[in-house]
Design a protein. Structure first.
Length: 258
């Protein structure tokens, strides 16, 4: 598979696809983030679980410790990193970066998964404070986190940043308000960063997981039959591929997971 026709959906990830890699995931306590954290660990990664709810982080930690890798071995024990992206200030981001540097000396992968939905309503009815919160969590926080973690990503031999995208962030749709705008902005952020890091060891791509049975999806489509939706686990394989060595050199691209 060449760079031009690379498609992470077509990659058959081996049990050791992320062996020895340190992967940080934001929003790691529910939905896609939780499923991805579990799958990264199953493929050999040491996972840094970033989220605002310590009890939920501990629950995912317990799940990972109890799980087995694809080759039957125990999964590497994850690290819990409490961080509220909405309320965090500069020193909170610096503290996380310093802790990663002290413990690992590098960061092989960073997944910007955490997001806030906000209001699904016309622009004319969007609440301004809610709009600002959504833009902060979905755009400004990923920028700030990337900035402080970039030295650790550059210290890795093969660093990968994956920004979790959305269909409404690639093609504008009415009523999606701040969420759609923030996802468009995240795509732009990823593109700028990929261009800046083109001649480095760090690659940057975006991934749209697609329709999944998550809490956010239920909030956006309250009348939808959740039983018709696939579980988040169906969309993790593509992200594993983008984080692993099989995607080395692939950067500045937009991918779909389903």
């Amino acid at each position: 598979m060449t760079h031009d026709d690379f498609d992470p959906r077509r990659v058959a990830n081996t049990a050791d696809a992320l062996e020895g890699r340190v992967i940080a995931i934001t929003g790691a306590t529910g939905g896609y983030g939780r499923a991805l954290a579990l799958d990264c660990a199953r493929h050999g990664a040491e996972v840094i679980l970033i989220g605002r709810n310590v009890k939920k982080l501990e629950a995912v930690h317990t799940e990972i410790v109890a799980a087995k890798r694809g080759d039957g071995c125990a999964t590497p024990e994850p690290v819990i990193a409490p961080l509220d992206l909405e309320k965090a200030i500069a020193k909170d981001f610096d503290t996380l970066a310093d802790a990663i540097a002290a413990r690992f000396g590098r960061l092989d992968g960073l997944v910007h998964n955490a997001a806030m939905l906000g209001e699904v309503s016309p622009i004319a009815h969007q609440d301004v404070p809610t709009w600002v919160r959504v833009m902060h969590v979905n755009v400004t926080a990923p920028f700030a986190l990337t900035q402080v973690l970039l030295p650790q990503l550059l210290a890795a031999k093969d660093g990968s940043i994956v920004c979790i995208a959305s269909a409404v962030g690639r093609r504008a749709r009415a009523y999606w308000g701040a969420y759609a705008v923030s996802k468009h902005a995240l795509e732009g952020f990823a593109g700028v960063l990929a261009d800046e890091l083109e001649n480095t060891n760090v690659r940057v791509n975006t991934l749209n997981p697609g329709r999944m049975r998550t809490t956010m999806r239920r909030a956006a489509y309250p009348s939808e039959d959740a039983e018709t939706l696939p579980m988040p686990e169906v969309a993790t394989g593509a992200c594993i591929a983008l984080l692993g060595p099989v995607a080395s050199g692939i950067t500045g691209r937009r991918f779909d997971a389903q």
